[in-house]
Design a protein around this ligand. Structure first.
Ligand code: UGA
Length: 437
């Protein structure tokens, strides 16, 4: 089948390369000419495990090509997937400008084939219907087009695995024929396929991210309660996870959720729900609880370190999660802002194994971005583990003691072996756990 994917971000490019790998002929278009130039040379300009090799393999096999003009997508392919960004506006509303500009550029075609446009981008409820109405109003009558919603649930860092082993494929359509065609297209993927209407598919995506956000904020509030009452949150989480009705995932307490998706989608859901007259008070509270976590961490640091304004603090990790080079909406940025707000004189060094380059563009001036954990920790009076990269688990107690001015570690992700470090003279304070006696 001939497919066009518009948008070469993690979702778009993984979808394009994935379908090419399944044997389809895929053209991937993105207005970012630098990105397309890089992809045409087989180089993926961001870190996503395994993606570059399937891109290269399929470009070489002639099944995957790149370009920057999506206008002929409908004319030249049977199915067009839209995976453009829908970033947050200040109001929390999702900006659909990129989506409409693509939809409004599609040119008509002359053969009789009915085209299918699939919205993969996360969008407000009703967007697929609006897109279809917009296309039908502009295109000549002989150009038949259906717009479907197939939301994407892949995660950054494991996008390729999630494409080939999806938890579910939700196909939202208004026509049984289109549902049938899309089911056939996805048939070789192992996840369960469910068919529904377009609005339910769109809400299913927003609800999934909101549910994950709620779970994380719940975990963080119970962890705070554990700290206040002398309980051990990891044991509590373990027990919760053994209940199949709750499940073990997304119960890790720490500095909270970041990344462009959970933050943006929860804000959008709250706004959409307010407008629809069905307020999402639980999600709203989860967003508020998440925003309070950096202050909580700074307060804990203040309890462990006198006069932080005159000290140097090292941040281990800047990416919103390990395995990515993405610092969008990362807890590290909120933490830096909070540290500087409460302690204007504080010196901050930081190191991330994968996201230093991206972080340089976003962290405020004055934060020293270092090339290694050792460089960041040298002379620091305390360190905060912000992202749970494996590399940080390998730092030995004697390294912390040798490199740092004072070996005080605030483990914001419960990533280190606190008991072992404490036993060797490093103060390691986790989340939801009592500090060592
Ligand atoms: C999230 C969803 O998990 C995907 O299903 C969805 O497709 C994607 O958003 C999207 O909408 O595009 P992603 O943003 O890649 O994926 O990251 P997650 O793995 O969900 O992690 C989000 C944040 O939650 C990270 O900052 C992570 O550190 C934090 N987190 C996760 C916790 O604080 N505790 C946990 O137990 C789990």
């Amino acid at each position: 089948m001939k497919i066009t994917v518009v948008g070469a971000g993690v979702v778009g490019l993984t979808t394009a390369a994935g379908f090419a790998d399944l044997g389809h002929f895929v053209h991937c278009a993105d207005i970012d000419t630098a990105k397309i130039a890089s992809l045409s040379r087989g180089i993926v300009p961001y870190h996503e495990a395994g993606l570059e090799s399937i891109v290269t393999r399929n470009v070489s096999a002639g099944r995957l090509s790149f370009g920057h003009d999506p206008s002929k997508a409908l004319a030249e392919s049977e199915m067009t997937f839209l995976a453009v960004g829908t970033p947050s506006e200040d109001s929390g509303e999702m900006a659909l400008g990129a989506l409409w500009s693509v939809v409004d550029r599609f040119e008509p075609w002359t053969d009789k084939g009915r085209r299918v446009v699939v919205i993969k981008s996360t969008v407000p409820i009703g967007t697929a219907e609006r897109a279809e109405a917009r296309l039908r109003a502009r295109l000549p009558e002989n150009c038949e087009v259906d717009v479907a919603s197939i939301p994407e649930f892949m995660r950054e860092g494991s996008a390729v695995r999630d494409f080939f082993e999806p938890t579910r494929i939700v196909i939202g359509t208004a026509s049984p024929e289109t549902a049938e065609r899309l089911t056939l297209l996805h048939q070789r993927l192992p996840g369960p396929i469910m068919s529904t209407d377009r609005r339910s598919a769109e809400l299913a995506k927003l609800a999934a991210n909101a549910c994950l956000a709620v779970k994380i904020s719940f975990a963080n509030e119970i962890a705070a309660l554990a700290e206040q009452t002398g309980a051990d949150y990891p044991s509590v989480a373990h027990s919760l996870g053994l209940d199949p009705r709750i499940g073990p995932h997304f119960l890790a307490a720490g500095l909270g959720f970041g990344g462009s998706c959970l933050s943006k989608d929860t804000r959008a859901l709250v706004r959409i729900a307010d407008e629809a007259g069905a307020p999402q008070t639980v999600v709203e509270a989860a967003v508020r609880a998440n925003a309070m976590l950096p202050l909580r961490m700074v307060r804990k640091l203040e309890a462990a370190l006198t006069d932080p304004s005159r000290r140097k603090v090292a941040l281990l990790g800047l990416a919103f999660k390990p395995g990515t080079d993405d610092v969008r909406e990362a807890p590290s940025l909120r933490l830096i802002a909070e540290l500087k707000r409460r302690h204007p004189g504080i010196a901050i060094s930081a190191y991330d194994p994968g996201a230093n380059a991206a972080a340089r563009k976003l962290v405020p001036s004055g934060v020293e971005i270092c090339e290694s954990a050792e460089e960041a920790l040298k002379g620091a009076d305390a360190a905060i583990v912000v992202t749970e990269w494996r590399e940080f688990r390998q730092i030995k107690a004697h390294d912390f003691k040798n490199w740092m001015n004072r070996p005080i570690i605030m483990d914001g992700r419960n990533a280190l072996d606190a008991a072992a470090l404490n036993a060797q003279g490093v103060v390691c304070i986790g989340v939801g756990r009592l500090p060592a006696a």
